[in-house]
Design a protein around this ligand. Sequence first.
Ligand code: NAP
Length: 283
Amino acid sequence: MILIATAGKVGSEAARLLAQQDAPVRVLVRDPDKATVLAQLGVDVAEGDLDDVTSIDAAMQGVTAVVLVSPAVPAQELSLIDSAARARVGHVVKITSKASADSPIARQRGQAEIEAGLLGSGLDYTLLRNNFYMQNFLMLAPAIAQTSSFGAAAGDGQVGFVDTRDVAAVAAEIAAAPAGHAGATYLLTGPQLLSYADVAAALSKVLGRPIAFHTRTREQDKQEMIDAGLPRELADMNAHAVSLIADDDAAWLSQDVPSVLGRPARSFAQFATDHVAAFAPER
Ligand SMILES: NC(=O)c1ccc[n+]([C@@H]2O[C@H](COP(=O)([O-])OP(=O)(O)OC[C@H]3O[C@@H](n4cnc5c(N)ncnc54)[C@H](OP(=O)(O)O)[C@@H]3O)[C@@H](O)[C@H]2O)c1
């Protein structure tokens, strides 16, 4: 049985792919009503909460591999790692990012703390160190649909955006057949480096109407995120992370998606084509 820690973007797609291959797979979710589609596909839906160790231990019964993906709150992921160690799970695939203990971004410091806990647990593991997700643009999609424009403090910086469906496919592949991946760190990116202006050009081409990108300040980004309902601290952290793109902090690519999956990583054009309805103006 493969346990997937949560059923967000990466977790739900990894669960879907594993169920499609008839691999026994379970997701831990706070609200089973949000996982009815997965349940219909044969995924075992375990109700629980990453803040509730008893529910984690219950979900860990009979588990041979874990996909550790969640908002990456250190206390929560470290308690899941402890539970996996108690249950002598064979392998943990950890979804992470550009983690480092001295990063200016709290989330990256938290990821480094979780990685250190995983490495110290004695469990076999694989780290999936992912670049920014293409799917982040789905949060901007309603505004793009309305205004045919978007802004960010990313300047001319380039990003090796990766499609979360490819992250999920790599996680599912390794969780189902971990041999040869123990101790490895894979850098997951798409096939191209793109600036936000390049993203606007790609969207314009796929959507068949001009989409403009305008550079903003970090403060403006933060305020827009607060206006969209994000807590102030999270908005500050996210705006700071986006502003680092301007210094080419995310300008890295790798061939790890094709080398694990044996097929090319999805391009941004493919992502945009598959989500064209989300960016379409309401009629
Ligand atoms: N976004 C990026 O560009 C990017 C880039 C690289 C790496 N990453 C990493 O990717 C990971 C996030 O993956 P994702 O984008 O697939 O996640 P996501 O779509 O944001 O989903 C998070 C899931 O966690 C669930 N959850 C939250 N708190 C929980 C709790 N206490 N107990 C149980 N479930 C809980 C949420 O469920 P509810 O529906 O109940 O809220 C949701 O399903 C993080 O480690 C992040 O650092 C992100």
